[in-house]
Design a protein around this ligand. Structure first.
Ligand code: DAH
Length: 347
């Protein structure tokens, strides 16, 4: 009896060696392991045996059954792998050099305005810096003269992380880092001029004019005799270049804890030319650019001696500027990912 088990095993191995695809393999499986297959036939014979032989023979048949099953499985895996390899070998090769027939993407309106301003400032010797989006409370507030419990923090509620850090509420959060990175200009060196755009976050109720995620563009110039005249000059160049015409500006006093004196720089309303219209609330002026002379405390915290150096800083609402430049009336479009809307803007 045991001999016939050996024989069956040999016959199976011989048949398996001839199998060349999964269909044949399945037929072989049915022939050996199926209900009416060779192994089942052996099992039937168990009935006619005495207990001792039943035990011995049964064990051998089970071993054989497992061995056939394992061989079929592993052969099946090999066949699958070979089929995949062949598919990959025969697949149409992708040619990276063929020009795409997909329509080109477009720049986001904020990116267009951001790049334009960066180019203007680079041509005037400014370095472009990148600020982190996750900031320490110190950098976002303390280092720009907004200590704990200062009422100015109320207007800049934001998203706090569980480690105590926060999503920055304004690009001013990078001022301290930049002052420490570059330091004040040495003797004979030109003033330090840096532009640092960035995405900012505030806990706002979202509507057509408010977003919890928006862009600002901050700039600083620090040197031995930097004055308000420098500030006005650079701001006028900036606005004239962006709007591509000469822009009338006016300075009003404005309070920001990190500048002294601080200003609101308004531009002559571009919609009505200063006559008064709903956009400028009939005043003829639009509030666009808060700025001022950097507060001595802020310079000191940045490691710069306020008795020797002065500087100006400005914080431009990039989102607002892009909306004005392109006539976008709903701020929500900008973060919507709506390609139909966003693809319309070109420089
Ligand atoms: N960080 C201010 C804000 O988000 C904007 C600002 C005002 C920046 C005056 C400045 C500045 O650098 O001088 O409200």
């Amino acid at each position: 009896m045991l001999e016939s088990v050996e024989k069956l095993k040999a016959a199976f191995e011989e048949a398996l060696a001839k199998v060349s695809d999964s269909e044949e393999l399945e037929k072989l499986r049915i022939a050996y392991l199926g209900k009416k297959g060779a192994v089942a036939d052996f099992m039937k014979e168990l009935k006619n045996m005495d207990n001792e032989s039943k035990k011995e023979f049964g064990k051998e048949v089970n071993i054989l059954k497992d061995a056939i099953d394992a061989s079929i499985r592993s052969f099946g895996e090999k066949l699958d792998q070979a089929r995949l390899d062949a598919q990959i070998r025969n697949a149409k090769k992708f040619d990276f050099t063929i020009p795409s027939d997909q329509p080109e993407g477009s720049l986001h309106p904020i990116t267009i305005v951001q790049r334009r301003i960066e180019d203007i400032f680079k041509s005037m010797g400014f370095i472009i810096e990148d600020g982190l989006e996750i900031q320490t409370e110190y950098n976002n507030f303390e280092a720009v003269n907004i200590p704990k419990n200062h009422p100015a923090r109320d207007m800049q509620d934001t998203y706090y992380l569980s480690n105590g850090q926060l999503l920055k509420t304004h690009t001013s959060a990078a001022q301290n880092y930049i002052m420490r990175k570059y330091g004040a200009p040495k003797k004979g060196e030109p003033p330090l001029k840096v532009l640092f755009p960035g995405r900012c976050f505030r806990n706002e109720n979202i509507d057509a004019c408010h977003e919890n995620t928006f862009w600002q563009m901050e700039g600083m110039m620090i040197g031995e005799d930097i004055s308000i005249s420098n500030l006005i000059y650079f701001m006028k160049v900036l606005l004239s270049e962006v709007f591509e015409r000469d822009i009338k500006v006016r300075l009003r006093p404005g309070f920001f804890p990190f500048v002294e004196p601080g200003f609101e720089l308004d531009i002559n309303c571009l919609i009505c030319g200063g006559e008064g219209c709903p956009t400028c609330k009939n005043s003829g002026w639009l509030e666009l650019l808060p700025c001022g002379m950097i507060h001595p405390n802020v310079l000191r915290m940045g490691g710069i001696d306020p008795d020797k150096y002065t500087g100006f800083a400005f914080g431009l609402g990039l989102t607002r500027l892009a909306m004005m430049k392109f006539g976008i009336t709903d701020i929500r479009v900008l973060n919507s990912g709506n390609l139909k809307a966003l693809k319309q803007f070109v420089d």
